[in-house]
Design a protein around this ligand. Structure first.
Ligand SMILES: *Cc1c(COP(=O)(O)O)cnc(C)c1O
Length: 394
């Protein structure tokens, strides 16, 4: 380690939110959680706030806290380090984590009281070993593959997994706290796989319960199923994208149609504006050439910040009261808007997306421009963009 004294910083203190920021409206998130709870409450189901992938780019810890304030009973993450980070932040709500690889860390999860999603025998063995080492039983939620064809235990392998888990439960190594599965096509109501998955889930539940499982929770529904398929709610619904105010099935309705409001607003300060002649090639590859004398504004956000390069020449941005289209390529750190006769000043705010009430585009608009889904637009906003959490207290 070096003992050389560090030179004192001579530059101004950094104010990272001046270039660009993603404002996260936690009041909107709480309202979305309440709207979703109202949908499931009649059947008695509770709500798991899915905060994987840094809460879909919105900031895991503040979003988890806000969701719990609004009545979510559970939290869900994909990876164990996401789950442990919530515990490290002092969040002790029931927490399920479902994407495991050998090495876990299973013991840390057992010690932190995290429910471990188990889809196969190798993971069950690892959990038992971790519970022995930790000196306390693990909490295990067995995951069925009812037809997603991704993670989860297929019906043919289910009796063996259930049998081994219940044996380990009898030996005091674990408790089977949950039985669950995940949909493939819940965002396409009427898709034949939905009914098939639901019926297989009933069968697999029945098998496990007849074998002696007494789960605290049985769950299947993600956001689209929560909004459109009440018969899939069981004891708990796992909502991700809807909680962030994004429609999980844009063909079926806007966020407002479902009583939801987008939570993230992504904006940047214009870095420069210049008068440009006709015939100027703009940005890498010169895919855009000015047709006449015009004003070009430079927006300091690029694909390193999550602005999709696929939206080159297509992405919509609100600046100076009008929605404009990205001129030419999105580069790593910046892109250009052609303002025509309009003017702008360095420091003016360019809004890429938000709730839409001030005329700004939405994440859904960007998804369409980039040929993807809004899930990806918000989740990919880069770590260089500070998240500014608003309305942290009720
Ligand atoms: C991501 C995820 C969810 C949440 O999905 P949304 O469509 O965002 O609600 C639920 N369950 C599992 C297993 C997931 O991986």
């Amino acid at each position: 380690m070096s003992t050389t004294p560090q030179p004192r910083a001579t530059r101004e203190p950094e104010r990272p939110e001046t270039r660009a920021r993603a404002e996260i409206d936690l009041a909107a998130l709480r309202a979305n959680v309440r709207a979703l709870r109202e949908r499931v409450a009649p059947g008695g189901a509770r709500l798991m706030a899915v905060v994987k992938a840094d809460a879909y780019g919105h900031g895991a810890v503040p979003c988890a806290r806000a969701a719990l304030q609004a009545g979510a009973s559970w939290l869900g993450t994909a990876t164990p380090f996401e789950a442990l980070a919530l515990r490290d932040a002092g969040i002790d709500a029931p927490l399920l984590c479902w994407l495991w690889t050998p090495g876990g860390p299973f013991r840390a999860a057992v010690e932190a009281g995290i429910d471990i999603g188990v889809s196969g025998l190798w993971a069950l063995d690892a959990v038992v070993e971790a519970a022995r080492a930790a000196g306390r039983p693990a909490r295990v939620q067995l995951k069925a593959d009812t037809g997603l064809g991704r993670n989860g235990c297929l019906a043919d392998d289910w009796p063996r997994l259930v049998g081994e888990a219940l044996k380990a439960q009898a030996d005091g190594h674990l408790r089977v706290t949950g039985l669950w599965s995940h949909f493939a096509c819940a965002d396409e109501p009427g898709h034949p796989s939905i009914g098939a998955q639901l019926s297989r889930f009933h069968d697999m539940l029945e098998y496990a319960e007849k074998a002696g499982a007494e789960p605290e929770v049985r769950h299947l529904a993600n956001s689209p199923a929560t909004l459109t398929l009440p018969e899939t709610h069981f004891d708990l619904v796992r909502t991700g994208v809807a909680m962030y105010g994004i429609s999980p099935a844009p063909e079926l309705g806007t966020p407002a149609d479902f009583g939801l409001r987008p939570v993230m607003r992504l904006s940047a300060a214009v870095a420069s504006v210049k008068q440009a002649p006709a015939g100027l090639g703009v940005s890498y590859g010169h895919h855009y050439v000015t047709e006449r004398e015009t004003h070009l504004a430079l927006v300091p956000l690029g694909y390193a910040d999550g602005v999709p390069r696929h939206a080159s020449g297509r992405g919509p941005v609100l600046l100076g009261g009008a929605v404009r289209t990205v001129a030419g390529r999105v580069a790593m750190d910046q892109f250009v808007l052609d303002l025509g006769d309009d003017k702008a000043e360095p420091g003016d705010r360019a809004v890429l997306f938000g709730p839409g009430d001030d005329g700004e585009p939405t994440a859904e608009d960007w998804a369409r421009a980039a040929g993807t889904i809004a899930y990806e637009i918000v989740t990919r906003v880069g770590s260089r963009v500070p998240r500014v959490h608003l309305h942290e207290r009720e």
